[in-house]
Write a protein of this length. Structure first.
Lengths: 211, 211
């Protein structure tokens, strides 16, 4: 089980400083959609420069123009990029094709995709799936990923989960076989982000020991 | 009927030079998603500065984090912003709320939203709808907006159409009551973009005379 630190609603320098402070406790670093739309690919390049050996995910949320957008972020230094599961299937396929060319990976964001459509997405193999409760659903409706109905995932698909995740929810995601836990504000908005990140790592290690 | 010039896959300076050359023939200028993801809000600010009195649409394609993303683009100078119709309804509502605060407007991008779900979107009033065939569907599957099944739209909703639009398709969109025709490569990739834009304007004027 890996932890992905999601960085959103920061300046690039603030986000890098925060990520640096907790680098030892997180596996992947996510350059959030808000950084990408506010600062463009400069955000991804800055993270690649600051963390030369870390896995960097660019939360592109691609919905169209897949080849162009994927090239942008992989050339800027991303290892993983997101595409929306709600996008046309041609877009998902093209994202995967370009990722393969760059030796990168694709995470399909299942936000607002009804579970009855998962079987269509399962036609795209070799990608990761992200079960996701959005910020707007969290803030407007009090939802979180802990209440997500995580449907069975095809064999061989790595799974991630995102949306209002707390340390307390780690054991349940571990039991449900989730591979990547995406954590944002529970670390970035904590009074002590380093201590918060350490607690996440500790919760995951405990689970590793137990499993 | 208005024409919206969509600018994608350019550097900012190239896009502004192109838009300047055809400014007299187009009504709205769209800062494309690719410019936003490549260069961030600097792209929107540069267009606002270059075209102080023109209506600027920021093709944000927002899917989450609506308040933050809408503030970004309206503060950068956009008049209109897009949100994906496939996003959670809470996101669409928040986009509208922030647009209202800024005196801006929202265009809901219907890309990959099945027509049977339009009635849910119709609960959000005072927005524009964009019937949209994506670049990836055009390039991968040969589709275009001319073959779109444009379902009846609720009263009072302004409609736009995007995706592989040519001069020849203007009369049919006029007949179908479309308010905004979004044109990208038919102008930007033309051998003579000025002549192409002039032909679009002429086609729309002819239709205006006929109607």
């Amino acid at each position: 089980m890996k932890i992905q630190l999601a960085l959103d609603r920061f300046r690039i320098d603030e986000a890098i400083a925060l990520a640096s402070s907790v680098e030892d406790y997180v596996d992947w670093i996510e350059v959030g959609t808000s950084l990408i739309k506010e600062f463009g690919m400069e955000s991804v390049r800055a993270f690649r420069k600051a963390f030369p050996t870390k896995t960097i995910l660019a939360d592109m949320k691609t919905f169209d123009n897949a080849a162009y957008e994927m090239k942008l972020c992989f050339e800027a230094g991303a290892n993983v990029a997101t595409v929306m599961g709600a996008a046309p299937f041609a877009t998902l396929e093209m994202c995967k094709r370009v990722a393969d060319e760059y030796g990168g990976h694709i995470m399909v964001d299942l936000l607002n995709v009804p579970p009855e459509q998962y079987h269509q997405l399962a036609r795209l193999t070799g990608v990761k799936w992200c079960y996701h409760v959005s910020k707007d659903e969290q803030e407007g409706q009090g939802k979180s990923a802990t209440t997500l109905n995580i449907a069975d995932c095809p064999m061989g698909i790595q799974t991630a989960v995102a949306g209002g995740i707390t340390v307390e929810s780690i054991p349940q995601f571990k039991r449900r076989g989730i591979d990547i836990v995406i954590v944002g504000s529970a670390i970035t908005k904590a009074d002590n982000p380093i201590e918060a990140a350490r607690q996440f790592q500790s919760a995951m290690d405990n689970e590793k020991t137990m499993s």
